[in-house]
Design a binder for this molecule. Sequence first.
Ligand SMILES: [Zn+2]
Length: 330
Amino acid sequence: MKTRIFWTFDLCKNEALKYKLKKDFRQNSPNAYAAAIKHKWLNKFNWLNSKSINLNQSKIYYVYKYEFINYKTIYIGLTLRIKERAQQHLQSTSPIYKFSKIYNISIPSMDILKSNLTQKEAQYYEDYYVKYYKDLGYTLLNKGKTGIGIGSVGGMHCKWTKPKCFDEAKKYQTRGEFFTKCPSAYKVVLKNNWFKDMPWFIKRRHNVLETLFMNTKLNKEWNYEKNKAANEYKVSEKVWWKCSKCNYEWLTSTNKRLNDRGCPRCAQKSRVKKFSKPIDMLEVKTNKILKTFNSISEAESYINSKNIYKVLNGTRKKAGGFLWQYHKEA
Ligand SMILES: [Zn+2]
């Protein structure tokens, strides 16, 4: 049974204090909001006006983290709507959600690192924490760059030099362990082909999880809706993929995906495009080129006739009242 709260002025005010904008109050506490409207309390509380509010100066930003401690992996973010942002991170498009799916683990709770910040301060601290955790050897799930002003901070320099990588790698018995405990160094080692100089690792094939992790293209196309967690499959097993461009879904093994041309539907489309030659539309009397099309089908839909190919192969003189020829490159 749901308890019905009787919204007194004080209760309502306390609830309203959780929000800076009326809009947020309405969305997150609809019952208290309704009571405030009914008793005409709404304007007795302090509100920031979402139109006149100066977002640059108001100290309303948060910097937060989601930390996968056992995986040394972290997401650092900034927001002024902490509740909404937390909701967003539970959705399938979020890198946090994806990471938890890949490893079949639960999403850690959001930790607020700093609050009451102006936008600039928030950008500063976001960048600060990104660098701080990178220096600790963390893998960042953040996609965009951080820092004051948009994209003004490069700062992506790699801290995994060759000697540091070797020092790190020596701590582990297997590549799998190395990968799990320090994916950032693992990536660098793999990319530079240094494993051949690390005889303490027994050579073996990647598993699905590693493959996804290393290959951003495949990672993007892993079908989260249809597959179980990635660590439950072998590379030879057929799994579902979903094209990031056209959403086409298909089944094939992770092994095969490493050398294929990607989405079968998109590959088909690009083949058709490759073989379609551009053609010219000419005026009958003057033989002047009026227009050039990328393909026969494009021209056909333009004049609404299906006979252009007949003109091109010589079995017909005109189509749609025009002459047609394959376009000659100048
Ligand atoms: Zn596709």
